[in-house]
Design a protein around this ligand. Structure first.
Ligand SMILES: NC(=O)c1ccc[n+]([C@@H]2O[C@H](COP(=O)([O-])OP(=O)(O)OC[C@H]3O[C@@H](n4cnc5c(N)ncnc54)[C@H](O)[C@@H]3O)[C@@H](O)[C@H]2O)c1
Length: 292
């Protein structure tokens, strides 16, 4: 049976476990040759990793009849990003798909965040996305295009307590999706964003989840089809869009603008305040009125 990714070459970062591993297994099943990148690090990015995690995923894919190669480079360095592309080109001769997924967590309420925590989280997520996208972007630009999925998060798009560093990085990645989708049009490069939700080592100790069996819909395998859709031809020419994919299903997450206040002449702060209640914060005002 024909696969959705037959003949394609995909790079997936952070694919030695969690969500990335589920993407790698599904992409290989759908006919892609997969570069499984992962430095095998700890959840908070401390200590030295090993290539064992990526190699295990590769061994399983090959045992199941698929094609894959391991790469243990650090996504957060330019040399790492370049070498990940080199692994794809040396092993499979091209790249059609990039999924930037690698990530770490260092959650703390803002006043308790150290500069080191801030720097490392921004480096792995935001700079790491840059370091992996840039070499692949240049290659795709010269070779007919391709598709990318960059991993954002509701923590950055909606906000979440204790995640200023992570939320800032993830909102930055949203900005990259928007800008790159515009620049990519003329090179046939599509760039989509993902806000996933799944039970992995990153989320297994969230309040309410500790010690609980994951509900079957929360497994990474239930996020993978949403990502497969975005990188495949099923997504047609969609670009610059963010999908939320989790046990709650699949939805588009949009930045929305209210109708606004535009008097067409200079205005005062008091006038903005009067109109804010009517047009900007109308829903909040309705809620306040309803609860009064
Ligand atoms: N699980 C969720 O509900 C959820 C929610 C929102 C966003 N995300 C995002 O999804 C992505 C995957 O998360 P996950 O839940 O599978 O976590 P995970 O910890 O299971 O997987 C992340 C992987 O990235 C690898 N990694 C970390 N730093 C790396 C580096 N510098 N270079 C190469 N590999 C590196 C880790 O070794 C790990 O295998 C992350 O970007 C995360 O922020 C996850």
């Amino acid at each position: 049976m024909a696969g959705l990714l037959d003949g394609k070459v995909a790079i997936i970062t952070g694919a030695g476990g969690g969500l990335g591993e589920a993407y790698a297994r599904l992409f290989a099943k759908e006919g892609a040759s997969v570069v499984v990148n992962d430095l095998g690090g700890s959840r908070d990015g401390s200590g030295n990793g090993t290539s064992a995690a990526a190699q295990k995923v590769v061994d399983d894919i090959i045992a199941a009849g698929g094609k894959a190669v391991a790469n243990a480079d650090d996504v957060s360095t330019m040399a790492g990003g370049e070498n990940i592309l080199k692994t794809a080109l040396d092993s499979f001769g091209r790249v059609d798909i990039l999924v930037c997924n690698a990530g770490i967590l260092r959650d703390k309420s803002f006043a308790n965040t150290s500069e080191q925590d801030w720097d490392l989280v921004i480096k792995v997520h935001l700079k790491g996305t840059y370091c992996c996208v840039l070499p692949v972007w240049k290659w795709m630009k010269e070779n007919g295009g391709g598709s990318m999925v960059l991993t954002s998060s509701t923590s950055g798009l909606y906000g979440n307590f204790g995640q200023t560093n992570y939320g800032a990085a993830k909102a930055g990645i949203y900005g990259m999706v928007r800008v790159l989708s515009i620049e990519g049009r003329k090179y046939n490069i599509r760039v989509m964003g993902l806000a996933p939700g799944a039970y992995t080592r990153m989320t297994s100790d969230l309040p309410g989840r500790i010690g609980k069996e994951p509900d079957p819909l929360s497994l990474p395998e239930n996020v993978a089809p949403g990502v497969l859709f975005m990188v495949s031809d099923l997504a047609a020419d969609h670009s610059g869009k963010i999908l939320g994919v989790s046990s709650r299903g699949v939805r588009e997450i949009k930045m929305l603008q209210t109708e606004g206040f535009q008097p067409g002449r200079p205005y005062t702060a008091q006038e903005v305040a009067e109109n804010a209640a009517k047009v900007f914060f109308a829903d909040a005002a309705e809620r306040t009125a309803a609860s009064a």
